[in-house]
Structure formats: structure tokens, C-alpha cells
Design a protein around this ligand. Sequence first.
Ligand code: ME8
Length: 521
Amino acid sequence: MKKPFYITTPIYYVNDAPHIGHTYTTVAADVLSRWARLRSIETFFLTGTDEHGGKILEAAKEKHKEPKDYCDEISGKYAQAWEQMDISYDRFIRTTDPHHQLAVEKFISNLHSNGDIYKSKYEGLYCLQCEKFLSPGDLQDNACPDHKTAPEKHCEENYFFKLSKYREQLVELISNKNHPKHFEILPEERRNEILGKLKLGLEDISISRENLPWAIPMPFDRSQTIYVWIDALINYVSAIGYGNGPENTDTEEFTRAWPVDIHLLAKDILWFHCVIWPAMLLANNLPLPKRVFAHGFFTINGQKMSKTIGNIIKPAELVEIFGVDASRFLLLNAFPFGADGDISIAAFKEKYNAHLANNIGNLVSRATNMATKYYNGTLAKPSCWEPSVFDELKPMFLKYENSMENLKLNEVLDSVIAVSSFANQYIDRQAPWNLAKTDTAKLQVVLYDSMMIVKYIAALLSPFMPSAAEKIWKTLDEKDTIASTIQKMPAFMPLTGSAITKPENLFPKMPIPTDEAGRHP
Ligand code: ME8
């Protein structure tokens, strides 16, 4: 059976409800999943929550709740947020799921029986918010640079994973693009960052804790529990049935779906996904992920948006202002996918007006208005019609596809914006309102062209704005489906509807307050 396209987001910590940083990764994975499904590619899209460890235990204590009750509550908030954001995941995994624990025990037992785990004393500085050890060189003013909190000193006897043993193999698999099992890290600068660090050396890591009850016990020594990151990374295989068949064998689903096609995440957790996880897989004789893509951070006034710092925007706040589809669009069009970028509601409003209200929304509204006004919604293909405007549009369609394949999601949207600007300029130039008086044959050609571009725009927007795309599609009365239109792109496709109607105002213009001097604050 054919391998599905398998894509994951990180599983998010349940120390607090999601913010738009988490939404960013999840919407991006959703767009890529929808894009694959539109092309009839079977897809498995995994997301979920990371629920063990000291950080979650502390958060539950602060709220005077039992850890599991607290996890249920916050995990539910993630599931709710993803429902609100129209996220089409196939599975939502929780690390407190019993089937996950079973898989973790099998994975760790294998590493142990392969001789990759040993016991030793460890001393180090631990950042509870990162859930990782920091080296003195990582600190800024004696504090974690991300969370601005002082790390705790840990000194205990733990189990270690022989990470250092896999250094050379990792360097080879990451750097050799011709290797049949090449492990691709994108963007390029992230790959170089990982290779640079690997070349400096690699130390074994502690993978257990002595006195942390809110975690999965070590299968071969129940006096210790498994380090939360090791537990969490294994979700990517446990979710598809690793160790979950009869007598702890792997399920057929696992054999079919692994390796994952894309692990999507931000750069904060690059090392775990590009070094520790692949080494764990090598130690377990499992193939490495095909691709890890790390996007940048949303920052507010230059500082990373984070639950711990508290400088967050919640997804529901965005939806309240812009609606679901526009929020998805604005998040992914905010800045290049892969780079950091400062965001603000004011900047989102400007973009919303420029791209959605004044450009795409305006095009849909004026084209459908004219089709209903001049042709009563029945716009037949003109007899002298030639697909000449499509020669100009083809490069934009190709750019769309190419950017999607390379995960340049902001550029994908830029190409949709470019198609819409092209159509608006075409309408301005041709002035159908004048043609209605002087040249009705040409009027029909111009409106037919315009409505066909509207049809393409609906299809191209569909992975990003599924409901808005459906609304546009309905006004076109199309007999074709969005999926078949996508699959035939960039070939020209005639309109198949015969009763075009006017849609509701898809993207009403957003009032932007100005200060007394008339500037936008
Ligand atoms: O790290 N900008 O969970 P987490 C963009 N449980 N993306 C952001 C962001 C920001 N300001 N803040 C968070 C964990 N993200 C672990 C993962 S996986 C086996 C375990 C997104 O709740 C981004 O995807 O801290 C980042 O990598 C992730 O949330 C971290 O989520």
C-alpha cells in the first residue's frame, strides 16, 4: 500500500492555552495537508499536546489542580482552538494516552537492549520552562535567554543515551544531499547551524529523572522517570502505531506511514528534532524523517511571543477581529516563512485592507456584480474567445506551486495577491462599464476572463481560506470541483456555472483608527 504524506506539528506544552505562535505552525501544517488532499494525495496530519514533566506539574500546582485534570483542561483548549481555526488534523495525540506510553516503553527498552543507555552522575543547569539543560555559555545575565529566568542546579544519578555515538552518521546524513537516506533540514541556514554545532562535538544526554513523578517510568528501572523531551519526540511514531500491534509489535499503519515527510516547528526546538530525535531513530534502526522545516518566531516589540513571558495574542482574539479565514491568511502572509518577524494587530489590519478588502474582496465583488448586472448571471463563453490573459497568468500559477513545494508559504499567498492585482488592473484598463455602451462583444470577453480569474483565485485560496473559497465557488455555480481545478492547473479551464450570483461582502473594510495628527498609531 502506498505511503501517505505524513506531516506533523510539535506537540504543544499544556502549561497554558495556545497563542498565535502555535496557531502559526498548525495553520501552516493544515495548509500543506489541504494542498496535498486537493491533489488527491492521501495525507496524515498529526498534532497534539505534550503533557508530562516538571513544567506541567508546576503549572497544575499553581492552579491547585491534579496534573491529569489540568492537562485535560488545557489540552481541550488546544483542540477547541484548532476546531475554531478550521484545522483538518487526522489525529490529535496526547502523551498521557495509554497507547503512547506503551510505545515509549518499547522504544526505550530497545535502546537499552541495544546498549545505548547507561547510568551516570549528572550535574547541570536546567531551565524548567525550556525543559532542557543549558550550558553556561547559553546564559545571558545568568538567565535563560528565551525565558529570562534563572536555571536550577541539578545534580543526580541518571540514565544517559549515547548520543555522541551517532555524531558522524548524522553529519553524513544531513550534509550529503546525494545520500539515499538524506535528512533534509530547511531553511538552509538552520541546516548549517546544526552542522556547525555537530562539528564542535556531541555529548551524551541524560534521559531520566530521579524524583519527578509526573512522567513515564523507565521500563527497566521504575525508580526513575523518562525525560519529557524523549517521551514527547516518540509521539511521532506512537501516533501511527509504533509498538501498538499485538504483543508490542508495530502496526501496519506504522510501517506504511513512517518515515514522516515533514516535521514542522520553530527554531527553538531545532536541536531536539535535528539531532536528538534522529539519533534515537538511528539507535532504533528506524529511518530518519525526510524533512524538518523550522520557521521563525513571532515577536512583539522584538521579543519572542511566549506563554512564559506573557506577551501573547490568542487565536480567538484574531478571529474576533478578522474572522477565521482572514486570520489564517494574515498569519501566513505576515513575513517570510522561516524568518522572524514582529507582528501587531495594527499591521494585520493594514494588510487585511490592502490584500483582502481592497484587492481580492474587491475583485470578487466587482466581477460578480458586473456578471449579474450585464448578463443576469449567465455568462456564456464568447465565440471569439482566446485564453490570452492566461498566458500572462501561467507564471504566477507556477510560482504558486513551486513556492508551496518549497514551503515558502508567504510567497504562495503573494502569488495569489499578484493574480488578483493583475485582474483588477485588467478590469480598470478594459473599463467594462464603458464597453457596455460601445462594444458588447468585448464586454463579454473581459467579464469572462475576469470571472475565470475569480474561479482560479477561489481554488488557489482554498488551502489557506477554505470557507471563503467555498463561498466564492458557490457564487460561481461551478459544476467543476476545487480539487479538479487545482489538479488541472495551470491549464486553462472554462467556467462551468450558469447562474453567477453576488456573494456576501467577503472582507468588509477594517476601520483603522488614526491619532489626532491623522497618523496610524
Ligand atoms: O516546545 N512564534 O512545546 P511549546 C512562532 N512541547 N512559533 C511559535 C512561537 C512564536 N513566538 N511560540 C511557540 C514544545 N511557537 C514541546 C514540543 S515536540 C515533540 C515537543 C510554536 O508549547 C512553534 O512551533 O513550547 C514552536 O516550535 C512550538 O510552538 C513550541 O511549542
